[in-house]
Design a protein around this ligand. Structure first.
Ligand code: ATP
Length: 205
């Protein structure tokens, strides 16, 4: 099995930007956000279970999950969140594991925004954290998303602190500056990971 480099960071820290630079080297990128959507796609085991629990009204007319309705329900019924997590987390984990096993590049990148919060580091062999100063993080998120500063701050408060995340890291990529600085940083890490992956063998994790 391929060596797994985990990639994480707070909201708007630059995970996608960094992951795209690794992908340019032909590195297989496994994205937890994409998988989280796939496990509730129409026809999936996940969506069928949600429909069984919450009724047909949880679907949009095109058969997709009505996410805003689900968010509202979770807000008013917190126990629903635990039910949903216990349904979806194993499905997401299973899918991530399967994609890791199918990876063809020298090592693969496993991007999980809430890696540290959900204690998923055990799925990785090495953890890379994208770190950014909070002011920069808030400014970039406000520029990208249609959200208020208060909403970004609420999300930040629900995520691990920079200190906690950085303490779990093997490597840290600092992304406060210009995006021109990133390719060089990624190039150095790619070389390091390629070397580490040589002769790497791990049957299961
Ligand atoms: P999320 O988890 O919230 O989806 P993310 O960690 O994947 O975010 P990105 O989407 O890569 O973060 O970056 C957030 C925003 O900041 C994007 O609009 C991106 O283009 C911009 N950005 C990232 N890095 C830099 C940089 N070094 N300089 C300027 N803008 C940047």
């Amino acid at each position: 099995m391929t060596m797994v480099v985990g990639l994480t960071g707070g909201i708007g820290s630059g995970k996608t930007t960094v992951a795209n630079l690794f992908a340019d080297y032909g590195i297989d990128v496994i994205d937890a956000d994409i998988i989280a959507r796939e496990v509730v796609a129409p026809g999936s085991e996940g969506l069928n279970a949600i429909e069984l629990k919450l009724g047909h009204d949880i679907l949009l007319t095109d058969g997709q999950l009505n996410r805003s309705k689900l968010r509202e329900l979770i807000f008013s019924q917190p126990e629903l969140k635990s039910w949903l997590d216990s349904l979806l987390h194993p499905l997401i984990r299973q899918q991530m594991q399967q994609q890791i096993e199918q990876a063809q590049s020298a090592y693969c990148l496993l991007v999980i925004p809430l890696m540290v919060e959900n204690n998923l580091q055990a799925m990785t062999d090495r953890l890379l954290v994208v770190d950014v100063e909070q002011q920069v993080q808030i400014a970039r998120t406000l520029q990208r998303d249609q959200v208020s500063e208060q909403q970004v701050k609420n999300i930040l408060a629900a995520q691990a602190s920079r200190e906690t995340r950085n303490a779990a890291a093997d490597d840290i990529i600092t992304n406060n500056g210009d995006s021109d600085e990133l390719p060089q940083k990624v190039a150095a890490l790619h070389q390091q990971y390629t070397e580490l992956s040589q002769g790497y063998h791990r049957e299961s994790r």
